[in-house]
Design a protein around this ligand. Structure first.
Ligand code: NG1
Ligand code: ZN
Length: 533
């Protein structure tokens, strides 16, 4: 009987409105919000199937992250709090594109293929960002969940990383943390306070930060942190415009700051003042400041990753436990950061394809896996082995006091970190903890290495899928001859490096170039772009 409901609902309330196929990409489905009603409904259906199959709680996040306010999107979250497994992305694409009258048959196919028991009672957690289109899209998701007799649990407006956290908590019987907003704030803030102790300021570190909320959910949620952090860390909030003002991500936010390499609007320009920007769903963060000559300085995801890796390595050494630490980057990582990590920090670096799921997956191979995309999306994950050993060490009276304390510090750091996915606010608390521990201002952090000037371009092509790549997207395979041409161009530049790849989230090809000087990096990017058309 429930299959009948599926079709009736679809036909009457959520009919397919778009003719062309749309794909579940690196960030789920993402397009103009007005085209997404039926997709949301169908993702509600899919979540119930996935939940019954995995016998666990599944999450659905409605957001288009850093994209313009008129866009929206949806992605599914697996029981461990990770992005939905890749094999099911194809099912998502299929279910999204069939005709309304093929929905029931498609569902039956999935049920049969995966031997899904359709009588299992399941909970689906639903969260959304601040976009004006999100409430009605959330209703469509709820209808999808109900059509297959699942139980929707609405978390209202939350950040993407909060959703990942809730899902993980609910699937681990609150062992990871309490699966509520309050539980989330309490876990992160109490660990942060434990690490900071009563030394709010330390040497050159001043406990004040300007925070650009991108006029989105990151602005809303930081208020809960502010209340709880008190004098421990002063967060001055900017870009907190209300819902529907059209200002979301506009001339501000982490994506704007990183891709334009510009100071955002709406944040006061105070020389040498440490600032951060988060993106529209608060899973990315970048640091920056303007110096006394009004020159802009960006400290991006690579910078955050190196700071974290260095500090964790120090602590692991100090507690004398044998844990392997690795750092995972993508081809977009600045060459200078890779050099610094491998040669100076002597931490092994792996390079994987763009998309957080690839980084996360690779990071699981280490006891401590630090992963960041240059754009500021990343986190740290700790293996069970690492956690067990640290818990033992913290209690082991045969160890020196310093060793025990280092283990305790690492355990507290684990609690500041949202291990499920990149989390702008959690990452900020982690960076602030490290800067405080080192007694560093932002300039000292920046001095660890010098970024190579770089340029990111995008070009629109007829069919971006004609471009295929290998070697973690650093080389292109087709069109034939393109890689050789790029190679010849790159050779002409001092410290030149360039690669092209089709975007997984937009209908464009991206071109990245870095070289010894700013002018050269721009010229190199432009020359390579010429070859892509
Ligand atoms: P695409 O559009 O595939 O380049 C972009 C980002 C990714 C990732 C995803 C998901 C760049 C160059 N690419 O992917 O790093 O964050 O969006 O949001 O920043
Ligand atoms: Zn985002």
């Amino acid at each position: 009987a429930s299959y009948r409901t599926v079709y009736a609902f679809a036909r009457e309330m959520h009919p397919k409105t778009v003719k062309h196929d749309i794909h579940y990409g690196t960030a789920g489905f993402r397009t103009k919000a007005s085209n997404l009603g039926y997709i949301m409904y169908r993702m509600g259906l899919l979540a119930v199937l996935r939940s019954r199959y995995k016998q666990g709680v599944i999450g659905i996040m409605i957001t288009a992250s850093h994209n313009p306010e008129c866009d929206n999107g949806v992605k599914l979250i697996d029981p461990h709090g990770e992005m939905m497994e890749q094999s099911w992305e194809e099912l998502a694409t299929k279910l999204a594109n069939v005709q309304d009258d093929e929905l029931e048959a498609t569902i039956k196919e999935i049920v049969q293929k995966y031997s899904i028991d359709m009588t299992v009672r399941v909970n689906i957690l639903i969260g959304k960002d601040t976009r004006p289109s999100s409430p009605s899209l959330a209703k469509s998701v709820v209808d999808g969940v109900l059509a297959l007799s699942g139980k929707p649990i609405d978390f209202g407006i939350v950040t993407t990383p909060q959703m990942h956290y809730f899902v993980k908590c609910r699937n681990t019987h609150n062992e990871y943390g309490i699966g509520t907003e309050e539980g989330y704030y309490t876990k992160l803030v109490s660990a942060f306070k434990r690490l900071r102790g009563d030394k709010f300021n330390n040497k050159n570190y001043v406990n004040k930060i300007l925070y650009d909320g991108a006029n989105g959910v990151g602005a809303r949620k930081i208020k809960y942190f502010k209340e709880r952090l008190g004098d421990c860390l002063e967060i001055e909030l900017h870009n907190d415009a209300g819902i529907g003002t059209g200002k979301l991500n506009h001339l501000c936010g982490a994506d704007y700051v990183k891709s334009q390499q510009l100071f955002p609007t709406g944040v006061p320009n105070i020389p040498n003042q440490r600032c951060v920007s988060v993106d529209g769903d608060a899973d990315r963060i970048v640091y920056y400041y303007n110096d006394e000559n009004n020159k802009f300085h960006l400290l991006d995801g690579d910078r955050i990753a190196t700071l974290i890796a260095e500090y964790l390595k120090e602590l692991v050494l100090a507690c004398g436990i044998d844990l392997n630490l690795g750092l995972i980057q993508t081809a977009y990582a600045n060459g200078a950061s890779t050099d610094y990590i491998t040669k100076t920090l002597k931490v092994p670096v792996a390079c994987v394809s763009t998309g957080v799921k690839h980084l996360h997956h690779k990071a699981l191979e280490y006891d401590i896996g630090v992963y960041f995309e240059a754009n500021g999306h990343g986190t740290v994950i700790f293996s069970k082995n690492a956690k067990d050993k640290l818990n033992e060490a913290a209690k082991d009276n045969k160890l020196s006091e310093e060793q025990q304390q280092s283990a305790e510090k690492l355990l507290a750091l684990i609690d500041v970190i949202n291990e499920t996915v990149g989390d702008a606010i959690s990452d900020m608390l982690l960076v602030e903890t490290i800067l405080n521990a080192k007694g560093w201002n932002i300039q000292q952090w920046e001095q660890t290495y010098t970024d190579l000037p770089n340029k990111l371009l995008k070009v629109t092509v007829q069919d971006r899928n004609l471009l295929t790549t290998k070697d973690a997207e650093r080389m292109c395979v087709t069109p034939e001859g393109l890689q050789e041409e790029i190679g010849l161009i790159v050779e002409k530049y001092n410290k030149g490096r360039s690669f092209v790849r089709p975007s997984g989230t937009e209908d464009i090809v991206r071109i990245y170039a870095e070289a010894a000087t700013h002018e050269e990096s721009e010229k190199l990017a432009a020359e390579v772009a010429q070859k892509v058309y």
